[in-house]
Design a protein around this ligand. Sequence first.
Ligand code: ADP
Ligand code: MG
Length: 234
Amino acid sequence: MAPADPLLRLINVTKRYAGVGDASVSVLAGIDLTVERGESLAIVGPSGSGKSTLLNIIGTLDTPSSGTVELEGQDLSRVRGAALAALRNRRIGFVFQAHYLLPQCTVFENVLVPTLATNNEVIRDGAPDRARRLLERVGLGQRLKHRPGQLSGGERQRVAVVRALINEPQLLLADEPTGALDRVSADQLGRVLLDLNRETRVTLIVVTHALSLARGMERLLELRDGRLDRPRDP
Ligand code: ADP
Ligand code: MG
């Protein structure tokens, strides 16, 4: 890794899905994107435009058909198997529209789940304190022993955010994190994400339909016809 490398760089990333017969569907048609450490970036675009596909490729949950994704100058296509799982667990946090919390576990237990797969002792040993601090930070200091079923939708998403940050990732990816929330909870979650981005300098990439959230971010791009561009009507 050279010091000049950005946190994330996509070079001419494409994604095609095999269709029926000879037809194949092009979802991403050559994405170039550079994201610096600590940045916040919103990606908007119509339903089906490939936002989740793009975020999953950035997060190593999916692979591009062609092109390169680099994290700190490291070509992710060269990282495989256990090394890729470790990289994803340690350096990338995910929040989705659904919270995916374990219903039988408490809030405190849920946010510690990603630390179970970590062999970094410093990260693991510091996790309980970090969990308490982060849960306090997102307004859930009094909910540690609750189970997900005893929380509101907005509270569950804030738990999911803390879980995503528990291993101190460099990159936080959120795919429509406020999509299932009412307006007030959505605004609150958006503020939490932006505050945490500023306080911890975790790089934040959010796919969202919520313009209030998108506009709070430093940069806003629109995915349209397989390409990332400045939004047409900002
Ligand atoms: P968005 O998140 O912007 O709504 P997606 O990335 O989920 O869009 O999907 C983009 C396009 O790719 C859609 O047309 C979708 O049907 C197609 N697509 C997504 N995943 C697959 C898949 N596994 N196989 C075939 N087509 C897919
Ligand atoms: Mg999507």
